[in-house]
Design a protein around this ligand. Structure first.
Ligand code: NAD
Length: 475
């Protein structure tokens, strides 16, 4: 494949050459070949984008709700025309298995429609008692800082919600998603929105992300990424008292209740443990099983993992793809090594690449058993296809272990008696709990307890994060 150069930014409604000169090379994660050379934005570009967004916000914040709806529809339609191309780009750049990429790109498209549905007059203005009106105004210019797992999806979720609220945006996507960022910028250009309403910058976090977080011209930061960077953003944003929404890391537990059907429970564990090749903030990486059913569940888990195919996005049979970058591959390898050194036993998988996949960033799907909840691999987010199995004695013990984490993004319960599973769910410290499977409700709030974040995205909760409430009293 030819190396593609991306040396343009989307600022003020047009593609412009970056002021920044630093270059970044991106590899196809399945082959190691350099496929993209990106010229990165710098602080000057960030300042230009913020100025463009501020100018656009003046008009857009006063535009009618039907104008907001129309813009969201236009982006939706422009994106819908390029869906197959976007699926290819994500596969080449990020490497996720095809079924997952198709789902994610289609889901991203759906967020423009959902955001449009949110734009209802009663959401933004309603009476509260005699002589009192509550008005929800757009918070201003929003800086949207996104991760790479899948970059395009985060751009769509955040941007659609911000536009529905009446905000203008500066998007700082992951520098590892350059092709997706550029394709989305083309889609925004095709939608012919007012110049500056959406700006897209390819740049690093240290330079462009930090400049946006410091800028007095930005009123709100919506960030998804690691907990460490989230803390830094919260501190920096405090200087200008920016509103912040932080979607951060996780170390989610799956409690397999002692009455669970082992086939269903293991299928659920594989789905939620290895989703997005383990590069998912909601991955259930701590599998809590009852000591009384240990041998049976471990045998089923081992067989299930070994039946999963690791391979490139180009193979429709792949269930687990490569890690996004060599750096991420090495990080996962280090954790596997640490697990072994700390005394956990490898049930399946282990260090190195799977046979026949020596070139890309492929990891052997790994399950550790005899894991003590105090071990590094049971506490830190690995962000790869690595599960830790921890045994518990009774429901109370399982709940205690599940909640023994700095994180609280997601939790999962597998069990036959649904009332009992719901009782366990009620005691878990997590922003979401899924029992026995997923229900696709895109308006349900998404976000974390504890160090998994601040605030919520999706639906009404997500919209309100881009709004300032104002009370007007008429005497
Ligand atoms: P990251 O924190 O390294 O980077 C996220 C984004 O922040 C990137 O765009 C990066 O360039 C930018 N950034 C880095 N330093 C910055 C700084 N000082 N100021 C401003 N911006 C900066 O995370 P990542 O490696 O891209 O993504 C993986 C992490 O994201 C994992 O920890 C994962 O759990 C988390 N994540 C959370 C959710 C969620 O919804 N809670 C979803 C996906 C990923």
């Amino acid at each position: 494949m030819m190396t593609r150069s991306i040396d343009r930014l989307f600022i003020g409604g047009e593609f412009v050459a970056p002021h920044g000169t630093e270059q970044l090379e991106l590899e196809n994660p399945a082959t190691g070949d350099v496929i993209t050379r990106v010229t990165l934005a710098d602080e000057v570009d960030a300042a230009r984008a913020v100025a463009a967004a501020r100018a656009a916000f003046e008009d857009y914040s006063r535009a009618s709700l039907s104008t907001r709806q129309e813009y969201l529809q236009r982006i939706h339609d422009a994106m819908a025309r390029r869906l197959d191309e976007l699926i290819d780009i994500v596969g080449t750049e990020f490497g996720a298995p095809q079924w997952f990429t198709k789902f994610a790109v289609q889901d991203a498209l759906g967020h423009w429609r959902i955001a449009k549905e949110q734009v209802r007059p009663e959401t933004f203005r309603y009476p509260l008692g005699a002589g009192t009106q509550i008005v929800l105004e757009p918070v201003g210019v929003a800086g949207l800082i996104c991760p790479w797992n899948i970059g395009l999806w985060f751009m769509c979720v955040k941007t659609s919600t911000a536009l529905a609220a009446g905000c203008a945006v500066v998007i700082k996507p992951s520098e590892l998603s350059a092709r997706q960022n550029d394709a989305m910028a083309e889609i925004f250009a095709e939608a012919k929105l007012p110049p500056g309403l959406i700006n897209v910058l390819n740049g690093t976090g240290d330079v462009v992300g930090d400049a946006i977080t410091r800028s007095p011209g930005v009123d709100k930061i919506s960030f998804t990424g690691s907990t460490g960077v989230g803390k830094r953003i919260m501190r920096t944003a405090a200087d200008t008292m920016k509103r912040v929404t932080l979607e951060l890391g996780g170390k989610s537990p799956l409690i397999v209740v002692d009455d669970a059907d082992s086939t269903r429970a293991v299928a659920f564990a594989l789905l939620v443990g290895f989703q997005n090749s383990g590069q998912s903030c909601t991955a259930a990486t701590r599998v809590l099983i009852p000591a009384s059913r240990r041998d049976e569940l471990l045998a089923a888990l081992k067989a299930g993992v070994e039946a999963m195919k690791v391979g490139p996005a180009t193979d429709p049979g792949s269930a687990i793809g490569p890690m996004v970058s060599r750096k991420q591959f090495e990080r996962v390898q280090r954790y596997i090594q640490t697990g072994i050194e700390e005394g956990a036993r490898v049930l399946t998988g282990g260090p190195g690449r799977p046979a026949g996949l020596e070139n890309g960033n492929f990891v052997r799907p790994t399950v550790f058993v005899d894991v003590d909840a105090a071990m590094t691999i049971a506490r830190e987010e690995i962000f790869g296809p690595v599960l830790c199995v921890i045994t518990y004695t009774d429901d109370a013990d399982a709940i205690r272990i599940a909640n023994d984490s700095i994180y609280g993004l997601h939790a999962y319960v597998a069990g036959t008696d649904v009332a009992r599973a719901e009782g366990i769910a009620a005691r878990l410290q997590a922003g979401r709990v899924a029992i026995n499977g997923f229900v696709d409700e895109p308006r349900a709030p998404f976000g974390g307890f504890k160090q998994s974040g601040v605030g919520r995205e999706f639906g009404r909760f997500g919209l309100e994060a881009f709004l300032e409430p104002k009370a007007i009293f008429t005497g």
